[in-house]
Ligand binder design. Structure first.
Ligand code: CAA
Length: 299
């Protein structure tokens, strides 16, 4: 099966309920997208009640903001909220036909998530992972039915970025791939089918940019200089702004994955791990606009 070739959409399964594992920022963003575009019930789960409640509250706040801005009516706001629910009980996923995870980027964590989900859902339920840096095949290695696992990789900010990478493993079957393509289209995203290779396509390219920017710093050029030198290239964000957007820990994982896979082509970045521990690169105002470099980060 050539990764560029999408199977017929006629093979796609109908999605009537979505389960989302993880109630963090990224998962909450695509929960909102799923209810808006698929208009089916979406259940989100996380490891404890407070995370679940935080996730649902964040989605409600985004819906309220859309209503305040006049983008949706009060009726639509209520309809969307009614479609979202939170649970700590995976049994609530029993009748889901699409389960997607966006939990911590740790292979064993994602494997455990899907092992638990597989005990609950029907054999026809599609399993999708939003992993940005792990092998999708490795995530599915313990599954009873690995043919229904597919990578479904969103980009930050989920509501704005137009692309989803649909990651096709050697085990993924045509029904799963066709369903993923139809779901991506229904979500209003353009989708590309990629091979299950490190970084898929987008992160492979981004890892070069971000890794080289970090390497320039690590070899003696100050942060401020690398930042201002890369700003006029026409990209919407400088490499350091992009690293903060995707999350410094996620960024460090992405670079580690690429260095492990291609040690002669990608740098690892101890400085990025230190930044991830520190938590930020920039100082920001109340609206999130950058106001300068955090002195402790760039010291
Ligand atoms: N959530 C929802 N909507 C958002 C948003 C967010 N976090 N940030 C911005 N937006 C929306 C705004 O509401 C605005 O929408 P309207 O035009 O409808 O009002 C629109 O995006 C533009 O926003 P702004 O005018 O405030 O800001 P901007 O023009 O500077 O654009 C940006 C902001 C879209 C984030 C832009 O800077 C950008 O495209 N940055 C690059 C993002 C990128 O490359 N993402 C990929 C990262 S890699 C990744 O995510 C994968 C991984 O695995 C690591």
């Amino acid at each position: 099966k050539h990764p560029a070739g999408a199977p017929s959409p006629d093979l796609a399964r109908k999605i009537t309920k979505v389960g989302i594992v993880g109630a963090g920022l990224m998962a909450s963003q695509f929960a909102l997208l799923f209810v808006r575009k698929l208009r089916v019930p979406v259940v989100i789960t996380d490891i404890d009640q407070s995370r679940v409640e935080g996730g649902v509250a964040g989605i409600h706040a985004s819906i309220d903001e859309m209503q305040t801005k006049g983008r949706i009516s009060p009726d639509e706001s209520n309809r969307l909220k009614a479609l979202i629910s939170g649970t700590t009980d995976l049994a609530d996923f029993a009748d889901a036909d699409w389960v997607i995870e966006a939990v911590f980027e740790e292979l064993s964590v994602k494997q455990e998530v899907f092992a638990n989900v597989e005990k609950i859902v029907a054999e026809t339920c599609i399993l999708a992972t939003n992993t940005s840096s792990l092998s999708v095949s490795a995530i599915g290695s313990g599954l009873v039915h690995p043919a229904r696992l597919v990578g479904f990789h969103f980009f930050n900010p989920v509501a704005v970025m137009p692309l989803v990478e649909v990651v096709n493993t050697p085990a993924t079957d045509d029904e799963t791939l066709a369903t993923a393509m139809v779901v991506a289209k229904t979500l209003g995203k353009s989708a590309v089918i990629t091979a299950d290779a490190p970084g898929f396509v987008v992160n492979r390219v981004l890892a070069k940019l971000l890794g080289e920017a970090m390497h320039a710093v690590e070899t003696g050029t100050p942060f401020e200089v690398v930042d201002s030198a890369t700003a006029p290239f026409g990209l919407p964000m400088t490499p350091f702004e992009l690293l903060e957007l995707v999350g410094l820990t996620v960024g460090a994982h992405v670079l580690d994955t690429h260095h492990a896979a291609f040690p002669d082509r990608f740098f690892e970045s101890p400085a990025l791990h230190e930044l991830a521990d520190h938590g930020k690169i920039f100082t920001r105002d109340a609206k999130g606009k950058r106001t300068g470099f955090d002195p402790a980060a760039v010291a």
